[in-house]
Ligand binder design. Structure first.
Ligand code: ATP
Ligand code: MG
Length: 581
């Protein structure tokens, strides 16, 4: 079927929409792919829907290829399963909650672990039934605090979510690996540049949860990569390489100094450099940052002191990830008042340890290192306080900011920061949901065995925008062939009847060869047609115009920008070759 621009439900815009900040949003609106209905809620017009469907198809094929089976759940769900898992409350304001006419609570599904678990429980009972992998490609709802960038972060969006169900951990890790491989294939097929990062450093070495991030300056996720190796990680997951321990013997004895008005690291370093014959930098100081943590379900907050080199700030996200599932908060004035041994600006390890405050240090604070740190009285610091001699921390913590130039944890190269768009997430859930719903299989030994699960998401609609972010140029969209809304955009560039007739003929030949064609048969100027062709972003553009008098037409490659004059008689065959790759 040939898509004719004269009748296609498409009106391109010359101006960027006022609310758009990122290129994919601007271009998808201008090229008539999507239209905004409300914040974070978009409709898909014909060209946009084609791309979305093609992306879905790639995802579906790769899921099917690993033996996952497609099913489909409603988006409108009863509250009860989400109460059983506690997510009715845990999900907080992101959950769309509604009431039906009988005043029963319902929700719009943000993700479907509960339903998949219940469904498997309903159908399967024996260990022989397992393993099983199920997936759906479905509309999800999340009342995002900040819907942004068009379809990149919507409140209604399309996700592929799959779930694996296994008898044991070994099975789970295989299902996880299968998904990981499938994701690599599908993201490669849609032509994205991406990295796989460990989502958290976690007790399980990071393999239990990984995110796929499409590299893009407009992404909301920051990650670091090594200059010299394939290492990439979420900032939260970076494990600081610890330097070797130093010898304690050759260190001078610790000495308290009067350091008037030096509550900040800068003022302290300036004072020391002016008043001693040694040279100090902020990295020689040990800064002790006080926070409080609270375990889930607990009422009481506990003090936690984080010791880190004075040239680094605490990164709250890294700290949060390190103390998870406990919550963490900075100390407030009443906390200081209640703990008078905390002398602001002069807190040292001694008072912390004397008063039973848990004291965790940055991994760079290794045995034998000497520090300038607070002496627990106003206007005083202690010099040459040696770790392992003068104080012994309760352990280490990943809480310090990660900086460009830091050594890569894999020992190769240094770290640089980059930004990415989360396009997929694979996660070993374990038994959380199986426990909540009592999902067991009768084992070979006749005893029930608790099932272990994985959950795996791909942001299908987000992928459309992520691909646009990576492939667009100044003139418009430029789709990779695998997911483009058509293969060839034929532009009739002239009023001459022979030009029109020949273009129609070539479009028909392409169509007959199985090539998807958009034919610009409108009566507008060639300039308008060219601009629209560039904007719409079909990978090949065939221009039939003046050259036809000399038997030539032009083939443009939208992605490389390359333009070639070819004999009109050869053009169809040449394009069929390009399309078939
Ligand atoms: P994010 O950190 O971007 O909010 P998430 O961690 O909440 O995402 P998951 O629950 O892991 O997302 O969902 C699986 C996938 O669904 C994500 O990797 C992402 O690609 C996509 N996704 C999540 N939220 C949205 C959204 N609001 N709009 C579009 N796609 C989304
Ligand atoms: Mg995620």
């Amino acid at each position: 079927m040939i898509t004719r621009m004269s009748t296609l439900f498409l009106r391109t815009l010359r101006e960027d929409p006022a609310d758009a900040e990122v290129p994919s949003h601007k271009l998808l609106v201008r090229a008539g792919y999507v239209r905004r209905i409300a914040p974070g809620i978009y409709s898909w017009l014909p060209l946009g829907l084609r791309v979305l469907r093609r992306v879905e198809e790639v995802v579906r094929q790769e899921m099917d290829a690993i033996g996952a089976q497609e099913i489909h759940f409603p988006a409108l769900l009863p509250k009860e399963p989400y109460e059983a898992s506690n997510r009715w409350t845990e999900y907080g304001p992101n959950l769309f909650r509604i009431k039906d006419r009988k005043n029963a609570d319902l929700l719009l599904g943000p993700t479907h672990e509960e339903l998949f678990t219940l469904t498997v429980k309903g159908e399967y009972s024996s260990y022989k039934d397992y393993p099983v992998m199920l997936y759906q490609i479905q509309t999800k709802y999340r009342d995002e605090e900040r819907p942004r960038a068009g379809i990149l972060r919507g409140r209604e969006f399309v996700m592929k979510d799959s779930y694996s169900f296994d008898i044991d951990d070994e099975g789970l890790s295989q299902s996880y690996q299968r998904h990981r491989d499938a994701y690599i294939k599908l993201f490669d097929r849609v032509g994205l540049r991406y990295v796989i990062v460990a989502a958290t450093s976690g007790a399980m070495g990071g393999s239990a949860s990984e995110e796929f991030l499409a590299e893009s300056p407009t992404g909301e996720d920051t990650f670091v990569r090594s200059t010299d190796s394939g290492f990439a990680a979420n900032v939260e997951a970076v494990v600081t390489p610890a330097p070797a321990a130093e010898s304690i013997e050759d260190k001078p004895v610790a000495e308290v100094h009067h350091t008037p008005s030096t509550p900040t690291i800068d003022s302290l370093v300036d004072f020391l450099n002016a008043n001693t014959d040694r040279k100090f930098t902020a990295a020689d100081t040990l800064k002790n940052v006080l926070v409080k943590t609270r375990q889930p379900g607990a009422k009481e907050w506990e003090l936690l002191a984080v010791g880190l080199p004075g040239d680094r700030e605490v990164d709250m996200k890294r700290l949060e990830a390190s103390v998870e599932p406990a919550e963490v908060s900075l100390l407030e004035e009443p906390d200081f008042a209640a703990n008078p041994f905390l002398v602001k600006g002069y807190i040292g390890p001694k008072a912390l340890q004397d008063n039973g405050v848990r004291y965790l240090v940055d991994p760079r604070v290794v045995e034998g290192t000497a520090w300038v740190t607070g002496a627990d009285q106003a206007d005083h610091h202690v010099l040459d306080l040696v770790c392992g001699r003068d104080f012994t921390p309760d352990g280490t913590i990943e809480a310090a900011e990660v900086r460009e130039g830091d050594p890569s944890p894999d020992g190769q190269g240094t770290l640089v920061t980059a930004r990415g768009i989360e396009i997929g997430h694979i996660f070993q859930l374990g038994r959380k949901y199986a426990d909540a719903f009592g999902l067991d299989a009768l084992g070979q030994d006749g005893k029930p065995k608790r099932i272990t699960m994985g959950s795996y998401g791909v942001g299908v609609s987000r992928l459309v925008a992520a691909i646009a972010e990576q492939t667009h140029d100044d003139m418009g969209l430029a789709w990779p062939r695998e997911i483009a809304p058509a293969d060839v955009h034929v532009v009739i560039a002239g009023k001459d009847e022979t030009v029109r007739a020949r273009a129609e003929e070539m479009a028909a030949e392409l169509d007959a060869a199985g090539v998807q064609v958009i034919l610009d048969d409108r009566t507008v100027s060639p300039g308008v047609k060219f601009a629209d062709a560039e904007l719409v972003g079909i990978p090949s553009i065939l221009v039939v115009g003046k050259g036809l008098a000399n038997g030539v037409v032009e083939i443009r490659d939208r992605i490389s920008g390359e333009r070639n004059e070819v004999a009109a008689d050869d053009a169809v065959a040449a394009l069929v070759d390009v399309v078939r790759g």
